[in-house]
Design a protein around this ligand. Structure first.
Ligand SMILES: Cc1cc2nc3c(=O)[nH]c(=O)nc-3n(C[C@H](O)[C@H](O)[C@H](O)COP(=O)(O)OP(=O)(O)OC[C@H]3O[C@@H](n4cnc5c(N)ncnc54)[C@H](O)[C@@H]3O)c2cc1C
Length: 378
């Protein structure tokens, strides 16, 4: 057989592919990563950079997110660059929002959570940008961590190359795997295992196996402000709409009343799947989003109306009149209707890992640790 030899070939240099490369390489495997683009430009560079365990339902998903966060901190310390454990605040301005937060802190959070219900004064002390008008309560969690996704996804390949001798082939699409032959970019490579982390491209490799998984595409609109280092956001912020978005809050009986009010009073937000969050990076830019439009026929064009709805809701909990939007974009991912991730073995020696939806940054390193640990026996 001709072609360079590796133990593992990883498809995709988004965060899941990079995390798999790391988890294999630190266990001693010789790894090659193939990325069809000249660099990764998918969901992994289009997100908020929120490492957000608090959004996961208590139990296996939350525990996975915590494990992932530990791995993230190890990696972030090693690669350098900006990141900040800012923590998170969910803000409640309405009685039904405060009820959900109180129920979550009292009955749903377990002893692994470090969150607490706090009063308005304590929340305002953490972030000078929070709107004090009508603030009733907040859920404070100290562990959520913010990274700059564009920076971290750009830095990781160089660090993996230098530290573990991981080989990267950019501009090189994998078109087939015929164990142990990897067909990529018109060449042949040899790899004993294939880890496919294709993001939302489930049509190039193993399309039949992937079609059977019920994965749903989703489009999200996002914005980023011009640098405003004079404004200090502090913790990453979320408010009432977010409580119906993350599965963490599903176990709260009080959520039904909140959802009823949101459906009645803010139907456009439901129509476009909008919930609003904000995070500030090291350059002082504030990332704001997002909407969720689902289905196979996602429009390539962005809607100004959606951005306007996001900004209008943002102004209910953030006071920053000088904030100017400098860039707008959208991203896409695929998600499973109920499961936190999708792991499929469509052929011997092959694993496909995708369907991490809106929590791919959060879960990436923990999920890769689990998938690789199960296969490497460590
Ligand atoms: C707007 C937005 C905001 C988000 N915010 C957050 C957040 O704050 N926190 C969080 O935890 N998650 C967030 N997410 C989710 C997270 O970004 C994604 O779940 C995650 O980035 C998915 O990573 P991935 O590696 O699976 O996919 P991708 O980033 O899409 O990477 C897949 C890569 O595989 C490559 N590829 C595919 N097929 C082939 C092939 N055959 N050969 C070679 N290369 C191939 C593609 O070119 C691509 O670069 C957000 C997502 C979006 C869109």
């Amino acid at each position: 057989m001709t072609g360079e030899r590796f133990d593992v070939a990883v498809v995709g240099a988004g965060i899941l592919g990079l995390a798999h490369a790391y988890q294999w390489a630190r266990r001693g495997a010789r790894v090659v990563v193939f990325e069809r683009g000249d660099r990764a430009t998918g969901a992994s560079i289009r997100n908020f950079g929120m490492l957000w365990p608090i959004g996961q339902p208590p139990g296996p998903s939350y525990d996975l997110a915590r494990r992932s966060l530990e791995c993230w901190h190890t990696v972030l310390r090693a690669i350098g660059g900006w990141h900040a454990q800012t923590g998170s605040l969910h803000l409640a301005y309405e009685a039904d929002e405060a009820a959900v937060l109180a129920e979550f802190a009292r009955d749903v959070a377990n002893d692994r959570h470090e969150c607490a219900l706090v009063g308005a004064a304590a929340a305002l002390a953490r972030s000078p940008l929070i709107n004090p008008e009508g603030l009733r309560a907040a859920l404070w969690s100290p562990i959520e961590t913010c990274v700059d996704p564009r920076e971290v996804v750009a830095r990781l390949p160089g660090w993996l190359r230098q530290t573990f001798d991981v080989r990267f082939c950019f501009g090189c699409a994998v078109t087939a795997y015929d164990h142990p032959r990897v067909h990529a970019g018109g060449k042949e490579f040899i790899a004993d295992q294939l880890a496919v982390c294709p993001g939302d491209d489930v049509r190039t490799l193993y399309p039949d196996a992937m079609a059977a998984n019920g994965l749903i595409p989703c489009k999200l609109q996002m914005m980023r402000s011009a640098p405003c280092p004079e404004l200090r956001l502090g913790p990453m912020l979320a408010a009432g709409l977010t409580l119906r978005h993350y599965r963490a809050f599903e176990a709260c009986a009080s959520l039904a009343q909140l959802v009823q009010r949101l459906d009645r009073d803010l139907p456009a937000y439901g129509r476009y799947g909008i919930h609003v969050m904000a995070a500030q990076n090291g350059a002082g830019e504030i990332t704001i989003g997002d909407s969720h439009e689902y289905g196979p026929a996602l429009a390539p064009f962005d809607e100004t109306l959606i951005d306007d709805l996001i900004l209008s809701y943002l102004r209910t909990f953030v006071v920053a009149p000088q904030l100017r939007i400098a860039s707008r974009w959208h991203g896409t991912y695929i998600k499973h209707p109920t499961a936190a991730y999708t792991v499929v073995e469509p052929a011997p020696h092959v694993v496909v890992v995708t369907g991490v939806g809106g929590a791919g940054m959060t879960l990436s390193f923990g999920l890769a640790d689990k998938v690789v640990g199960e296969r490497a026996g460590a």
